[in-house]
Design a protein around this ligand. Structure first.
Ligand SMILES: [Zn+2]
Length: 96
């Protein structure tokens, strides 16, 4: 989200990429403060993109992980009963 603004020192047009509070002017080299509105908008955009990451993490932890653990538990349960059946069948053969 790059926004254009004029340097207050030399009037050159600079682009604000949305990071930091100052931008080095491409024309006169001085550190320029982009308009407050632009900085705030960029800050809000950064926060909301962080919020998206947290929401995705939340969904993974709350919904995806229990599903995986549940599936894993089911597989272990099936494996355990299969082993139990096999042992039950084999036990008499080995003098059980
Ligand atoms: Zn300048």
């Amino acid at each position: 989200m790059a926004s254009k603004f004029n340097c207050p020192n030399c009037g050159g047009v600079n682009e604000y990429a949305g990071e930091g509070d100052t931008v080095p002017c491409q024309f006169c080299g001085s550190d320029v403060h982009p308009p407050e509105e632009m900085v705030n908008q960029a800050r809000v955009a950064r926060v909301s993109s962080k919020a998206k990451v947290w929401i995705i993490l939340f969904i993974v932890v709350v919904f995806v992980l229990p599903t995986c653990i549940g599936l894993w538990g089911t597989l272990v349960g099936i494996a355990a009963s299969v082993i139990g059946i096999i042992l039950g069948v084999l036990a008499p053969l080995f003098g059980g």
